[in-house]
Every structure is written in structure tokens, then in C-alpha cells.
Write a protein that binds this ligand. Structure first.
Ligand code: GLN
Length: 240
């Protein structure tokens, strides 16, 4: 191991962390170690002091009630998050936090939860929940496999691109086969799973961008992902 530290900020883990989303942090920690870095994880919850130096920011999904709890604090730290995103920090936001990184989430009860507008997306709660295994196709990462469970349907604006195109499942909404959104090194997605352990190419993208931004280089060392490969094959064949 070298003395290069990569700091992961885990956003709102008390309220926004369902369907094993914490696995994304664990996956990054382990892969960073395998690549020879020293991972450092900082948990950020409401009222905490936002850390000075972060290299990767991770956020998970949550119930509408969890989104209600964190919304005021998120708006408060929004400008810092936007600045970091524009500065090239890697971020992965799943489901509930993906929605609130957008402009707003109008719940199925008609309540508007303001987002921070870092992603050019809008989300509308519907009566039908979109639930089940999902497979998407991404130009950068190939097949992406996961599990979705959301009432919100998200629509992309002009300043973001989709993270993937849906092959099996619903994704952002029931009409345009897009899934997730990308802006600079920020990825938003509905995929739990957890996403990163099931899709190591995405984990390596976040790590590589963080390492290059902080240290100027990333020495790619092929890791043995053969077990993940087998798990992915089975996950892709599972019924929705
Ligand atoms: N509460 C949001 C919705 O239902 C997000 C759900 C989630 O994070 N899984 O759309």
C-alpha cells in the first residue's frame, strides 16, 4: 500500500441508505485497497460539518420520508456539492438522492421536495411503483445490472445525458428507456444492487477519476473480477 489517501464522503447514511446501498462505499474501500490506495470514509449526516477535502461522494436511496428529513440540510450544502462537481469530483447518487440532485421531486401526494439542481432532471411521483431487476446498456460501461424500486419518474433536461438505455426494466420513467443521468464525473442512477459491487467498471471509473484529479495518475492493475462476472451473468438472467 502507498501513502496516497482517497477520501470518500458518504452522504446522509442515517436516512438515505436502502437496499444495501452502503455496499457502494464498501466496494470502493476494498477496490481502493487492492489498487494500493488508503481509503478514508467520512460519514456526513444532517448538521455535520462539511469536510474540506473529499475525492469521491456517494449517496443512497431512501423513502419519501427520508428525503423529507434531509431536504433542508441538502439545500444548505448544495452550493458546495455543485462546486465540487464542476471541479471534477466523482460522485454516485442512487435513487432518492439522485432525484434530489435534480431540480425537484414532486411526490405522488403532490408535495414538491426541492432538489439542488446539480443535475438537469425533474422527477414526478406516480401511483405505480417501478420495481424489479433491471439491466441497462451503457456506451462507457457495457451492461449495467441492478434492482430498482421507486415511485418517482425522472425526465432528463438538455444538460445531462442518460447513464444507460434500458434493456430490461423501467429506468428513469415508463416512456423513454433512459436510465440515470451523467454530468461531468457525476452519475445518478435508480440502480440499487448494490450497484458498484455488481458493476465494477463503474467503481473503477469513479476511482480512476478521483486518483487522476488528486495525484495526476492512476496505475490500472487488472483485478480478478471473475466471480463478479459469474454473478452478473446470473443476475442478467433473473426474472424481473
Ligand atoms: N422515495 C423515492 C421514490 O419512491 C425514492 C425511492 C428510493 O430511493 N428507492 O421514488
Amino acid at each position: 500500500m502507498n501513502d496516497k489517501i482517497i477520501t470518500i464522503l458518504n452522504l446522509y447514511s442515517n436516512d438515505m441508505n436502502i437496499y444495501g446501498d452502503r455496499g457502494n462505499v464498501l466496494c470502493l474501500q476494498r477496490r481502493l485497497e487492492w489498487y494500493g490506495y488508503q481509503p478514508q470514509v467520512i460519514e456526513y449526516n444532517q448538521g455535520d460539518i462539511f469536510p474540506e477535502n473529499v475525492d469521491i461522494i456517494i449517496g443512497g436511496g431512501g423513502q419519501d420520508s427520508g428525503q423529507e428529513k434531509i431536504k433542508v440540510d441538502l439545500i444548505k450544502i448544495g452550493p458546495k456539492l455543485k462546486k465540487l462537481a464542476d471541479d471534477g469530483v466523482s460522485m454516485l447518487m442512487i435513487c432518492g438522492l439522485y432525484q434530489l440532485f435534480g431540480k425537484f421531486f414532486k411526490t405522488s401526494d403532490g408535495e414538491i421536495i426541492e432538489g439542488i439542481g446539480l443535475l438537469d432532471i425533474e422527477t414526478y411521483g406516480k401511483s405505480e411503483r417501478l420495481i424489479g431487476n433491471i439491466v441497462t446498456q451503457s456506451e462507457s460501461f457495457g451492461d449495467i445490472v441492478g434492482y430498482e424500486n421507486h415511485s418517482g419518474q425522472t425526465f432528463l433536461g438538455h444538460n445531462v445525458q442518460a447513464f444507460g438505455r434500458v434493456r430490461i426494466g423501467a429506468g428513469n420513467n415508463t416512456s423513454d428507456v433512459s436510465e440515470g443521468a451523467r454530468y461531468k464525473n457525476v452519475i445518478g442512477s435508480y440502480l440499487h444492487g448494490s450497484l458498484l459491487p455488481k458493476n465494477p467498471a463503474v467503481a473503477d471509473f469513479l476511482i480512476e477519476q478521483a486518483a487522476i484529479r488528486k495525484y495526476g495518475d492512476f496505475n490500472v492493475k487488472g483485478l480478478d473480477d471473475s466471480y463478479v462476472g459469474q454473478a452478473r451473468k446470473i443476475a442478467i438472467k433473473r426474472p424481473r
